[in-house]
Design a protein. Sequence first.
Length: 185
Amino acid sequence: MSSRNLDTDVSKFMSYVLRHAPHEAGLALDSEGWTSFADLKTAVTARFGITDNDLLRIIEENPKRRFTLDGSRIRAAQGHSVAVDIALAPAVPPAVLYHGTSAAKLAAILEGGLNKMARQHVHLSADRATAEIVARRRKGDIVILQIDARRMHSDGGRFFLSENGVWLTDSLQPGYILPLTETEK
């Protein structure tokens, strides 16, 4: 396995256990999503056989900055399906935010809005290019939605900015969502 594939596999494993299934790696998350870095390191080393330096490099060089390392603790920046409170302060969003998704879901989204589903928040991007990258993880045609974040915020909608630049909100009503463009995969 190439170093790049190993790095991706390690990152995906850490995202999975820190967001969704800490028990599968013998981890316990506190109320804010933190766990012992030493415990995570033990689980990752046992599964992948990498060095401490490789693990630190994978965390520090993660292009999506999915992890926050704070001395002896680590957590996922956002995207949890387990109950944690990342304790983000409300933030004023830019005028427009973006959300990339499957074109097959467009009608339901325009009717019912965007919901957090199994996660704790709806995830939004500050730019169209990032939203397109997110959408391309889905199968089939994609659509990029433009969010009227300024109006939603002025109407009382709450936004949070995660440590890795992902904008978060509790839900989005359809009136704040405008289709921007459709792109074939």
